[in-house]
Design a protein around this ligand. Sequence first.
Ligand SMILES: C[S@@+](CC[C@H](N)C(=O)[O-])C[C@H]1O[C@@H](n2cnc3c(N)ncnc32)[C@H](O)[C@@H]1O
Length: 349
Amino acid sequence: MSTDREHVIATATDPVVREFLRMADDSIVAVLPYALSVAAHLGVADELRDSARTVEDLARVLGLSSGALERLLRTLASCGFFTDHGEGLFALTRLGRLLQTDSPVSMRATLANVDSYRAWLGAVDTIATGRPAFDNEFGAGFFTHKDGDCQVGATFDERMRERAGRLYAGLATLPVWKDTRCLLDIGGGKGAVLASVLTANPHVSGILFDRRSVVERAEASGELAPLRDRCRTEPGDFFQEIPGGADAHLMCSVLHDWEDDDAVTILRRSREALPADGRLLICEMLLPSSGEAHPAWWSDLGMMVVLGGRERTLDRYRSLLRRAGLRLSEVTRLPDSFFSVLEARRERC
Ligand SMILES: C[S@@+](CC[C@H](N)C(=O)[O-])C[C@H]1O[C@@H](n2cnc3c(N)ncnc32)[C@H](O)[C@@H]1O
């Protein structure tokens, strides 16, 4: 029987699905994301930055049980994140640098995030009702929950900063900035994307626009400090009003957080703030129009369960833009990324 099952599993076209099904029997896949999350959260990799250390030493510094920590490290060593030198001595591997805070390849904030896992525990309810399970699990919507706890909010901002470096690295060198004078980054988080565009394009000035709590943390983080002379921040709510003064608007991973009617409201606020010849740049993943494998499918489910948002096809974006009085003028695929930039202009009345 098991050979039959192995044969069926071997026919899975997606290698991630294949590996998941192979390992599910042994609970390895179910445990792996949590084990990585715990290791990232505890900062074990940071303590191993310079040299190998004994588990007793690590447990003492981090205030942990040495027996439990050793079992965590041995398991993660078995799949390449640490090297187990024996007699309780562990070192960080190249792969383990993903767990280290300030490594150029860091995914620490992403891997440490467990909010989404908690929401997924209630995802049966989402399929039953169409509403995001996050709200039930946490007793508040995604961003309201972030506003209620500064540490939770800061952790999310950091996760977005880390992710932006991986996903939109090609954004700063797009030709579109050549004709841009002032860029407003709408829902721009801590300002990492805005800083990268301004750094690569010294003639462009910028405004970072986000919720008050995020803007305050952005100011405190100093991300934009080297660009102070041509950059400022503005707090606000994009459902109410988007500030004027910029000839280009940027929305990275903003519209996918929301269902269509909310997304249209945000787009209308952008249209109202743009000058007649201004342009809006939307950076999102596009759902394929056929059923081919693409990370946007997984992200679409995540948006549904966690935020109540959705990923969209190009046609669906085109129709949202039309509803908001905007027209799609250009689509550019970002290099080395699954993201595209959709350029929109004000529809002439
Ligand atoms: C998914 S994050 C994307 C952050 C950043 N653009 C990036 O891609 O790294 C969405 C951003 O929208 C902001 N946001 C959510 N609701 C908002 C509102 N009502 N007004 C202004 N910003 C809001 C969040 O604070 C967050 O920074």
